[in-house]
Write a protein that binds this ligand. Sequence first.
Ligand code: B12
Length: 267
Amino acid sequence: MTAELRRKIVDECRRWGIEMVGFASADAWDDPPFEPWPPERFRPKAIFPGCRTVIVLGLPVTLPILETSPSIWYQELYKNLNAQLDERAYQLSELLNRLGHASVYVPRDGYGSVEVLVENPYAFFSHRHAAYLAGLGTFGLNNMLLTREFGPRVRFVSVFTTAEIPSGKPMDGSLCVRCKKCIKACPVEAIGDIDYPQASIDKRKCSGRSIELKKGHRSPCGICIKVCPVGEDRKLFRRKDMGLYDGPDKDPELFEAWEHVRKYGST
Ligand code: B12
């Protein structure tokens, strides 16, 4: 029955165009795989008592659009993905409710405005940690969850359900190659040069950059996910040569295209 439910959920998500779906047992949060780990109040069973499984959905951030960041194009992609993730997670939770499994969705972000994050840089629940427990990827130096398919270029949303569904387990090893490109490329030097689980992000600096970009209608930043060499998406878009981002010499045509996009629709 529960394996059948799992299949139904995966099939439904495929129908919606969502290929990345993971399942994590709510109990897995109580056995921290590393420290620091989200405190008890931030765990699914505390937020939604009775929760047994967290279903995580992921949608890719299209690399060539991200490459134009900061730009209106990336801002629009970001908003589009956010809307889709929230819509699908809500629909999934309602499908489960109709089937008799009490469920709720958690919005893909969970903050009213980036200004709120300067003083209190936490959401009430972390999707990255859910995706990690579901076995969708591993943490990178940039503090993002890296996946085989898209590296860190994937956004997540979660559904809490009382249904007990066969769950995944964290991936062995690490997908992060420790190239430190994210550290070097960060425009506000917000990423510390230390290894996960101790990845250190200066959230104030990172949020500050978002606030600046938002004023010009070209947030978020996304540079630390653009320059990550991990992900099969690099093959599809022929972006294996990481020298592309160092300057116009490698591919002047592409460089000009990015510059063009950046000149319009935002300041
Ligand atoms: C707040 C936030 C931001 C802030 C602050 C950044 C930051 N580094 O935290 C801003 C706006 C700047 C930001 C920027 C970005 N973000 Co952001 N962000 C979030 C958000 C809403 C909450 C993250 C959070 O609170 N985590 C809380 C804890 C669990 O995470 P943590 O800080 O790593 O916590 C550690 C410790 O602090 C401790 N801990 C956990 N909880 C608590 C609570 C307390 C009180 C304490 C003391 C400790 C503690 O345990 C954790 C162990 O590692 C999530 C969405 C969500 N709800 O999950 C997206 C999210 C993490 N962001 C995402 C992305 C992609 C980005 C950007 C690339 C922007 C972009 N969209 O292009 C940048 C990258 C920044 C970076 N390299 O870190 C994605 C990550 C996807 C992925 N593949 O991993 C998420 C999951 C959004 C989504 N729905 O997909 N983000």
